[in-house]
Design a protein around this ligand. Sequence first.
Ligand SMILES: *[C@@H]1O[C@H](CO)[C@@H](O)[C@H](O)[C@H]1NC(C)=O
Ligand SMILES: *[C@@H]1O[C@H](CO)[C@@H](O)[C@H](O)[C@H]1NC(C)=O
Ligand SMILES: *[C@@H]1O[C@H](CO)[C@@H](O)[C@H](O)[C@H]1NC(C)=O
Ligand SMILES: *[C@@H]1O[C@H](CO)[C@@H](O)[C@H](O)[C@H]1NC(C)=O
Length: 518
Amino acid sequence: MDSQVCVITVWYLLYIAYSNAIKTKVFIDTDNVIQTIPDRFLSVTIDTAQIQANWATLNFSSPKIQRLARGLAPCYLRVGGSSADFLQFNPGVQRDKNIQRSEEEYLKFSPYAKRNIQYEDKLTDAFEIQKLKNFTMSGKQWDELNHFVEMVGWDLIFDLNGLLRQNGLWLPDNAKLLMDYTTQKGYKIAGWELGNEPDVWRGFGYKINGSQHAADYRLLHRLLDNYPQWRNSIVIGPSVTMMTNLYTYMYLKDFLDAGGPDIVSHPTFHHYYGHGPDMTVAKFMDPKLLDSLKHQIKLVQGLAPYPLYGKVWLGETSSAWGGGAAGLSDRYVAGFMWLDKLGISASLGIEAVIRQDFYGNSYGLIDPTTLDPNPDLWSSFLFKILVGESVLNVTMDDQSGYVRMYAHCTNTLRTDYKRGSITLYGMNLMTEPTTVVFPQFQPDVKLYLYMLEPVGKDGLKSQTVALNGKTLKVNPDLTMSQVTDIPEIVNGTFTFPQQSFGFIVISDANVAACKNKV
Ligand SMILES: *[C@@H]1O[C@H](CO)[C@@H](O)[C@H](O)[C@H]1NC(C)=O
Ligand SMILES: *[C@@H]1O[C@H](CO)[C@@H](O)[C@H](O)[C@H]1NC(C)=O
Ligand SMILES: *[C@@H]1O[C@H](CO)[C@@H](O)[C@H](O)[C@H]1NC(C)=O
Ligand SMILES: *[C@@H]1O[C@H](CO)[C@@H](O)[C@H](O)[C@H]1NC(C)=O
């Protein structure tokens, strides 16, 4: 090739690259607040299976754990799951001596052995659930849980055993024992739940329909009426599995119709995008799969319209059921599903998104071995700090769903941003970067960027995440990377890197709707 042709070719390629550079126009409706979320919107679970495992790898006294937990406050801690329907409270009981002795023997062999002790995990597959066995929660375990929750500023919602039954109805004796003990100790319990995923109880050999379960909830209310501190407490349920199943939808309808609006203060359902072993990187980033949540939320809200019923909660939710997707649910790639779930839920008026789980299995916010934050914990911290209560409507010229953005008023209580600021969060799922522009604002309006990208050769499967290029970590002296210290400031537009997510604050947005709200 002679040099002239070469130069022309280079110019031609540059021209193509320039003219094809992808641009995303984002428009925010600043005239209306479309939804309001409470400060406990982003909340977490600990699976009841962890009580059975005597908390497994978690040490409630660890300053690191306490620090990480405090970072999520205020939030609800929902302790529930399949094992909840196998738990009985016994204040006097010691842990089974034989089990404890065997564990101690086992642990002598390896410092990391603790997490390998095989306990039953939360599983929604009927085949697997049949393996669950009755077990006892001791007064000591209940004390440990309540002390921790109080220390870190969380609010406990406890899932009671719904399979303690007699003559077709729930048997409240054991719940009463727990409530009496709790009252005597003075523990504050924010809310109650009765059973877990009752629509799949048939997997345990119980056939209890929605109207029968609504009657169980009436008994729970009758019990709570005996305790002045809980007469108006939160009651969530019926914690059914997903709306992908007609049986589950009909079960929920039966429950809500029979229960009426008063039976639960917040109707709940559970949501996962798929079964752990079936998940892939591509699925975590599939706009259609991400969008499928909208449909499920709308189905449930259709059955429980607000304000006739309380606002719907995602009572237990994560990327994949069956413990999560190994090597994916605890990696950078999980952030697409997590941030998108928060965005869709907030925009559609879901009042709480309770993340399965704080720790345990692959979907934990912290790694069960190192007890260090997984990428989703860092995004959760950013969400708690930057994202305010008032949700704004975002529209984009590109309807493909590969660039996804959500907007709220900025949380001015936890940042120094001025009132009237807005926070956007979202993702670019494309394999190429895109230039994001906001035509409604001044062309040089300052954008404060908090862009999260994976660190190292594992790419999307990295367990380490960087904020604006700086790796986020908890240091040995337990100081943590300050997630809001270091925004990158650009004028007017920013380049959203391919396959990444982040937060953007527009401090000079001067949005009237955000002036007297957060
Ligand atoms: C739990 O953490 C505390 C505080 O760091 C420590 O003193 C204690 O030894 C730990 N317990 C276990 C079982 O590791
Ligand atoms: C639910 O079960 C009860 C008791 O078996 C029965 O009387 C009732 O008709 C059932 N309701 C529905 C909607 O199937
Ligand atoms: C958000 O904007 C879109 C597009 O303009 C519109 O169709 C939708 O109804 C709006 N949503 C709300 C809740 O206002
Ligand atoms: C943004 O604009 C300011 C002046 O308002 C300028 O000082 C700064 O260098 C600009 N930043 C970038 C990244 O262009």
